[in-house]
Ligand binder design. Sequence first.
Ligand SMILES: Cc1cc2nc3c(=O)[nH]c(=O)nc-3n(C[C@H](O)[C@H](O)[C@H](O)COP(=O)(O)OP(=O)(O)OC[C@H]3O[C@@H](n4cnc5c(N)ncnc54)[C@H](O)[C@@H]3O)c2cc1C
Length: 448
Amino acid sequence: MSVDSAAVPIPELVALVGAEHVIQERAEQIRFLRDFSWYSPLLTTTFADVPVDVIVRPGTMDELTAVVRIAARDRIPLTVRGAGTGNYGQSLPLHGGILVDIRRLNRIVDLTDETITVEPGIILGDAEEAARRRGREFRIVPSTYRRATAAGFVAGGSGGLGSVTYGSLWENNVTSAELLTAEDPPRTVTVGADDMENILHTYGVAGVIGRLTFPLVPSHRWYQAVVKFATFPAAAEFAWAIGNDAAIAKRLVSLQQAPIPTYFESVDHLFTADESAVLLMVDDADRDAAITLAQGMGGTFVPWPEKPDITQFPFSHTILWAKHHDPTTTWLQCDFQAARFFEQLQLVTDRFGDGFLHHVEFSRAPDELRPHGIPVLTRSEPAFVDEVIDFCNANGIRVKNPHTYVVEEGGHLRDLEKLLAFKRQTDPHGILNPGKVATQFYALQRGR
Ligand SMILES: Cc1cc2nc3c(=O)[nH]c(=O)nc-3n(C[C@H](O)[C@H](O)[C@H](O)COP(=O)(O)OP(=O)(O)OC[C@H]3O[C@@H](n4cnc5c(N)ncnc54)[C@H](O)[C@@H]3O)c2cc1C
């Protein structure tokens, strides 16, 4: 699908949202066409020159609906963007058309002790601040919560702070969503538990997300600390133990192999190159229990400095620091098996040594704690990355490929057939973020 620029009804969009919210100048558009896909050498090439005809910034849900209606009516590709912090080019159009920036849609619609309902473009940190004033907090937020939007997290993220206790997006951490179909006129579909997986981490290909409802829990006073260990296996044992300790309330357990912590430039004075570390957020009331556990396992417990916040270092932030330290590094995502966690960590180290530096985050599934590796690969040539992927897969470590922009190749999608059946109802003309679902992508490539 390629767009004839003349077919995009710019005057109609201007009349709808106001000229100051319609961006046509390429130079100005460029800042909306950036994300964090440059973590991957492959994606950097793919998204070197992103086509877009116009960027539109609706200020109300009615305006958003009208933009979707115009795109559906005229069969114009439509891609939605939050803060653009995604790592896989999710928010970058492959086929031009209209890019919708949703960040003016930032209102809190409803707030109770149990749930918060928000417009899609609200910054998660702002939504959580409102919940905190009521003594509540989100169960999970991405480590980018100070910038990331609610819909961007749902459609482009996976988990984050809190996942060690409440799991990932797929563990009922989104209560419901209103979805606009890409039809003329758009229908509003309410998505609940049964269909939620169709919009989680599917890059907006199954509908335009409107209002979202998230579950809330009582808020905590989170205490930040790091526990340092002389060996990586000792750090891993501690991370696993505190992750599984139900008596210690926690929001973060982030395992980092030496020398990764020394890449954290603004706090590198805390670490030496041979120290592995576990970054922690525990309830202030459980601080002593955490200290006792850490010291009992041979760790050195160090309070985190007041600034910068510890949330600037785990999850994909770790990779940001590693790339800052050495731009030739790259990354991977891989799921270790809970029952074989320590064995698999060692297998990888025995095979790749310093080429594969372990960084592991944890997510609570109903039956077990799941270790999710987000390792730093200190060599990024494709042959090496392929060798690592093959080795992991051969040893039961499931690789999720962060070097693809195709939904079902990234390893998060549960059921492609279910998604496509849903999409046929919500996006009958295939205009939503085209190219991000493989079957559609190949059809479009042929049609070019
Ligand atoms: C340093 C760093 C740390 C990170 N840490 C985490 C982390 O802890 N956990 C995590 O899950 N991710 C993490 N990420 C990835 C990313 O920050 C999060 O997924 C974030 O939630 C994305 O939000 P956003 O507003 O930037 O979305 P964007 O990147 O703008 O968009 C993400 C996807 O959502 C789609 N989308 C946006 N709005 C809508 C809508 N209204 N309807 C339909 N589709 C829509 C976009 O088309 C795109 O496909 C990290 C990234 C970086 C760079």
